[in-house]
Write a protein of this length. Sequence first.
Length: 323
Amino acid sequence: MRVLSGIQSSGALHLGNYFGAMKQHIELQHENECFYFIANYHALTTIQDAERLQQLTFDVAADYLALGLDPNRVAFFRQTDVPEVTELTWILATVTGKGLLERAHSFKDKTAKGLPVSMGLFCYPLLMAADILIYRSDIVPVGQDQVQHIEMTQDIAGYFNSTYGEVFVRPEPRLNQTPVVPGLDGQKMSKSYGNTIELFGDAGTIKKKIMSIKTDSTPVEAPKDPQRCNVFALLKLLASPEETAEWERRYRAGGMGYGEAKKRLAELYEEKFGRLRAQRAAWAARPDDVEDILRAGGKRARAVAQEVMESVRRACGLSARPR
Ligand code: AMP
Ligand code: TRP
């Protein structure tokens, strides 16, 4: 199976990215042909500061490597190292109705909030479709918020294939067990809501954030519903099944304060991510090696993309005339 996914370099990665997407990216690398990239063209729709974008792109790379992405198994690269995706974006734009893009949730949310919508933001799903189709990807592991974009990609592949013949494969989304990870305030954890718990934050800051997770005002003695608690939702991602069952029992029995669950969550976070800080720091100290990995991954990915683009150009009548 060919597996592909991307993550934007638009802010520090957080538990939502990890449990929604990256965890399965790393698991899937063992038995599939994987292509994972840093979506820095997409990040331009929010980050317009060159130095910051460079830094964030490097940070996403170091985070993935510290979490166990194996660059020998995976083609791990920067979106911009395969500029053919922008060519394909244009071609896909010519077979896609404007109405499809107007129905995208991310675009509708931003317009509803009265935020300015650039053409880049409006066309975001077309670039994402090009990312997926240019590698003939079978499976796209993502969080819930990206499923609509993949369904749009299926539609766009269909428009192209019915116009020009079967060039593209129909990709399928793949979700983790936790397709939506809640943030500190109970909304979806997201860079743009300021409710994140970062993967590599310093211990003190993370602990403070965890202690500030929003809970209801049920008194300590009263029974509590774990299914409606943001702390429990995060705790179960990090605790063993046995420990999770025990917390569930304690919630329902009453006599337990949310503070106790928060303290345990902070400990579990440290056990999992605290341990990886040294690896993260080691990658940060080797920027040239990180660069080499991204370039090598880009070369592998580009070879596939160039071949597919040849078929696309031929199908549309855009090839140079053979002599
Ligand atoms: P982004 O940071 O928007 O590039 O997202 C990268 C990946 O993380 C995508 O597959 C998202 O669906 C996933 N993701 C981001 N936030 C969450 C969340 N709160 N819960 C689950 N998945 C998420
Ligand atoms: N839009 C995705 C996100 O915000 C990132 C992304 C860009 C992506 N291109 C992709 C994800 C292709 C999967 C496949 O999360």
